[in-house]
Design a protein around this ligand. Structure first.
Ligand SMILES: Nc1ncnc2c1ncn2[C@@H]1O[C@H](COP(=O)(O)OP(=O)(O)OP(=O)(O)O)[C@@H](O)[C@H]1O
Length: 263
């Protein structure tokens, strides 16, 4: 069984078809190799809407979405996060006045299983949970090479590092699947290369499957195992980077110039 199935999903806003019959799978649920599926398409193609459906923010009018065998469309966003589906955002969504360490600790809060009383007195389970969380967060700081910034408030960090902290916060949730929304948007070349390396390490070393959304063909062709191409909410192609790149429908969607887009 696939880890995630997205089946014939339709989502409209007042007549605008944001997602129009899109299907894909990410899996398998029990497997040794994690895969990276990229979802690409020009502006307005429906990429973010797909993420919003997956994280429970939007409810599609039609279709089926399952994650680890459960119907995601019946779940609320915090339940979906607790099931192990973590996401990052197009814009940095962190607590800007808190340190890197504190932001990552907050990423783990749904793992805490103790009551307010225990937390208040800092005893027993609360203390053990906090220490375990701290150890996990320190591992992530090492993994993402964030040592130099661990005590810095996020607002003082360069943009590329802030994006890396956001990735760290998603990892702190110990996700079974990671959704990355334009992880290199606004980055310079060096920051982009660093981020690409970390994304591949997450797939290969941590074994976490990834769905990555972007409109930059170049990046995803280097990173992805499979690519889903969208245009105006519709699926145009799904296949390996090489297959997709040669597909005339993809070339038309990107280079046809019929949409009046600037990309
Ligand atoms: N909450 C909403 N209300 C109304 N229309 C929406 C809403 N969310 C998305 N849309 C519309 O759905 C379509 C798809 O938008 P979406 O943001 O999913 O595209 P995208 O591929 O992520 O684009 P971008 O690359 O610009 O982020 C667009 O026409 C958009 O205007």
């Amino acid at each position: 069984m696939a880890l995630l199935t997205f089946e014939d999903v339709h989502l409209s806003f007042a007549g605008v078809k944001a997602v129009d019959g899109v299907s894909f799978e990410v899996g398998p649920e029990e497997g040794n190799t994690a895969e990276l599926l990229a979802v690409i398409g020009p502006n307005g193609a429906g990429k973010t809407s797909i993420f919003n459906v997956l994280s429970g923010v939007y409810r599609p009018q039609r279709g089926r979405v399952t994650f680890i065998g459960e119907d995601l469309l019946l779940k609320r966003p915090h339940e979906i996060a607790a099931m192990g589906l973590a996401r990052t955002f197009q814009n940095v969504e962190l607590f800007h006045n808190l340190t890197v360490l504190d932001n990552l600790m907050l990423g783990r809060h749904h793992h805490f299983r103790y009551g307010a009383f225990a937390a208040l007195l800092w005893y027993g389970r609360a203390r053990r949970a906090e220490l375990a969380a701290r150890a996990k967060v320190e591992d992530i700081i090492d993994f993402l090479e964030l040592e130099a910034w661990r005590r810095h408030p996020v607002r003082l960090l360069p943009y590329g590092i802030q994006k890396r902290v956001e990735l760290g916060r998603a990892l702190a949730m110990e996700p079974r699947l990671l959704l990355l929304d334009e992880p290199v948007a606004g980055m310079n070349l060096e920051e982009t290369e660093d981020m690409a390396r970390f994304v591949l390490d997450i797939r290969d070393e941590l074994g976490i499957p990834i769905v990555l959304v972007d409109h930059d063909m170049g990046l995803v062709m280097d990173l992805a195992d499979r690519v889903l191409v969208l245009d105006f909410g519709r699926p145009v192609a799904l296949g390996s980077p090489a297959e997709v790149q040669q597909d005339p429908k993809v070339i038309e969607a990107y280079l046809g110039g019929t949409h009046g887009r600037t990309e």
